[in-house]
Design a protein around this ligand. Structure first.
Ligand code: SF4
Length: 344
């Protein structure tokens, strides 16, 4: 077993119940790259408890449960999916057509005394909100108890939907923080790296946002990073305002949770009202090569990514033409750039 697999808790009894209840014969396993080492443990378990089952491991990156692919399931002939590392994506409007077991993997580490002391040294606000990505919900709950003992008033918000856990956020869904924003002065975002903390910092500009990485046991203020990102975003927006937009590429995805038909319909309407020519493009992968290919074929003035609002910000800001989010297009076309709109 790899070291990473030892760091996370998964409930293998769920696998047995799922296979039995759904009468699964061929199963597809999915996990984000960082949690793929956990799959070996699940494969060994299935081979022991249900040796007749055919197992296929999807090598796709699966960085969100928004990425479900009807095509992959149909072509491989799988009759069940075990999706490790996430719970159900809240805006999955269509059914994949086969049963899915969402199996969160919970980080087993606990906050150390040294980390709590570092938080006390760093965060002087008394009323704080805490949110976490799914892996760190148990860690967040431990942290809450420790911080209360240090005299903090700690608030945890409810998510916008029944599929997410209390205090849970995604890179594009921050209701658990937004629902308590009026009660707190600062937020701690518990997550690996800066991704989730940066997203919240782009939405709540009046609050202090602190990232907390449980693996490195580091806590830091996020505004230096979000200020830098916002400078880049506004540079692109002002560039477009100056030059104007004649032609736009709306990029969507054939992945189930990333096909946002209502956002596309809204943006199409907005573009038409502004007499802007547009074309909708579909691609599962949105990277520099895909953008360059669309650019080559259509030469738009702007690319609007409707599949995942993080891609323009986190991955594609260096492309020589503006690649923007739906929220940024709305800011431009409504000529209302004072308040930055994120995520949509
Ligand atoms: S941030 Fe992107 S990858 Fe993550 S859940 Fe949202 S759409 Fe999916």
């Amino acid at each position: 077993m790899s070291d990473i697999a030892d760091l996370y808790l998964i409930d293998l009894s769920l696998v047995d119940k799922f296979i039995k209840r759904r009468n699964i014969k061929k199963i597809l396993l999915q996990a984000p790259d960082g949690l793929k080492p956990l799959l070996e443990k699940i494969i060994r378990h299935i081979k022991t408890s249900s040796p007749q089952i055919e197992i296929i491991v999807s090598a796709e990156p699966w960085y969100g449960s928004c990425m479900l692919s009807v095509n992959e399931v149909k072509i491989l002939g799988a009759d069940g999916i075990i999706h490790v590392g996430h719970n159900r994506y809240p805006w999955l409007y269509k059914d994949l057509g086969i049963p899915i077991l969402y199996m969160p993997a919970y980080y087993l580490g606990k906050p150390s005394e040294e980390l709590i002391d570092r938080i006390v040294e760093t965060i002087k606000y008394r009323d704080i909100g805490i949110v976490a990505s799914i892996q760190y919900i148990p860690y967040m709950n431990e942290l809450i108890s420790s911080l209360k003992l240090k005299g903090y008033n700690v608030y945890v918000g409810n998510p916008s939907n029944q599929w997410m856990e209390k205090g849970q956020i995604l890179g594009c869904e921050y209701s658990a923080a937004l629902n308590i924003q009026n009660k707190v002065e600062a937020f701690i975002v518990v997550s690996g790296g800066i991704f989730h903390a940066l997203g919240l910092s782009l939405i709540l500009r009046e609050h202090k946002i602190y990232g907390l990485d449980p693996h490195r046991e580091e806590v830091w203020e996020v505004s230096i990073y979000s200020d830098k990102i916002l400078k880049i975003r506004y540079y692109k927006l002002y560039q477009l305002l100056r030059k104007g937009i004649r032609k736009a590429a709306l990029i969507t995805s054939p992945l189930l949770g990333q096909y946002r038909s209502s956002i596309i319909a809204y943006l199409k309407d907005l573009l038409e009202k502004n007499n802007i020519d547009y074309q909708v493009f579909s691609t599962t992968k949105v990277d520099k090569d895909r953008i360059a290919s669309i650019d080559n074929a259509f030469s738009p003035d702007v690319f609007v990514v409707t599949s995942c609002p993080r891609l323009p910000i986190d991955d594609l800001s260096e492309y020589h033409k503006p690649v923007i989010t739906p929220g940024e297009l709305v800011m431009l076309l409504k000529k209302s750039v004072d308040k930055y709109i994120f995520p949509w």
